[in-house]
Ligand binder design. Structure first.
Ligand SMILES: NC(=O)c1ccc[n+]([C@@H]2O[C@H](COP(=O)([O-])OP(=O)(O)OC[C@H]3O[C@@H](n4cnc5c(N)ncnc54)[C@H](OP(=O)(O)O)[C@@H]3O)[C@@H](O)[C@H]2O)c1
Length: 282
């Protein structure tokens, strides 16, 4: 039986909590502090941020003041599109480290694939990884052709690919490709930013187990062997999102959710970013 504290072994042996907390759009210092407090108390140990989220400093302040030891929590952050390139990435990383007030990052990701620079950014991640400043390196929003291109020159295979994944956009094919490559699939917007929560099918399944549609969706991800980082600013929802390990969806229920696939994203297709030059607005 799966549990909330389970860790997945990445392709370099590092253990990563499978179920984490997403911090996008949490920019108010007090609200973020309250959410992080609720998450830490509920047992979340993976915290996902990014240079782009403008909250690394507050997250760093929170952990400084918490009683968690550095090895007890796992921090993911990401290099933003405008900071890609060898030297710029090294600098962006140093700034993230300072804002987060830590000596190392657990998982550092290339936030989006960019056609140029492409290899230089990854080389910078490899250098930081070799120096022991990052425990695992990975990518985000990389589709099969971006991964194939990366692998023509990479010395280190990405450990994780963080991708938009929810019932309306389950990303099944890419999931299978990542499985073949031994790269962990981590779902961003695992709740589809809330858009799928009104689905009658999810409500019906939830009713059977005394669970909410959000819990049903998160459970579906976990049964699909996908790592999840749901975001909420509300303590009661943060706890709710963790309470998904005391029921199991049947094969039929998994299929019903699978059939909700509409091929509908809540954000950009990676190739829109890949081919675009500056400036960028998100
Ligand atoms: N790599 C990337 O490009 C990328 C892109 C986007 C996101 N991410 C990461 O993935 C994380 C999660 O994605 P996301 O924040 O876009 O979306 P999400 O987790 O799918 O959904 C968040 C939305 O759902 C609501 N919600 C959360 N739990 C709920 C519940 N139990 N019942 C009802 N509503 C609930 C939240 O509202 P309240 O806050 O009001 O509860 C919020 O509006 C982000 O925080 C970020 O860390 C990465």
């Amino acid at each position: 039986m799966k549990s909330f504290t389970d860790k997945v072994r990445l392709n370099n042996g590092v253990l990563m909590p499978r179920h984490g907390f997403g911090a996008y759009k949490l920019v108010d210092e007090n609200e973020l502090h309250r959410s992080l407090e609720a998450a830490a108390l509920a047992g979340y140990r993976l915290f996902d941020t990014a240079q782009f989220y403008h909250n690394e400093k507050y997250i760093g302040d929170f952990f400084r003041s918490s009683n968690l030891n550095r090895e007890d929590y796992f921090i993911t952050t990401k290099v933003w599109n405008t900071e890609q390139g060898y030297d710029k990435t090294l600098k962006a990383f140093e700034n993230s480290l300072k804002r987060l007030k830590v000596d190392y990052i657990d998982l550092y990701l290339v936030h989006w694939p960019k056609i140029e620079p492409f290899f230089e950014t990854w080389k910078a991640l490899e250098r930081l990884y070799d120096k022991g400043l990052i425990r695992a390196i990975g990518v985000s929003n990389f589709e099969a052709h971006h991964l194939d291109r990366l692998m023509t020159k990479a010395n280190v295979l990405p450990a994780v690919d963080q991708l938009e994944t929810h019932p309306y956009f389950p990303n099944h094919l890419l999931h299978r490709y990542l499985e073949e490559l031994g790269i962990v699939h981590q779902a961003w917007s695992p709740l589809g930013r809330g858009v799928a929560l009104k689905e009658p099918a999810l409500k019906k399944i939830g009713k059977k187990y005394g669970k909410t549609p959000a819990q049903v969706i998160l459970r579906w991800h976990v049964q699909n062997d996908i790592s999840i980082i749901p975001k909420s600013e509300k303590p009661e929802r943060i706890r709710e999102n963790a309470e998904i390990y005391d029921f199991e969806l049947s094969r039929e229920e998994m299929l019903i959710i699978q059939k909700l696939n509409r091929g509908e994203r809540v954000s950009h297709a990676p190739d829109v970013v890949y081919v675009r030059t500056e400036p960028e607005e998100f």
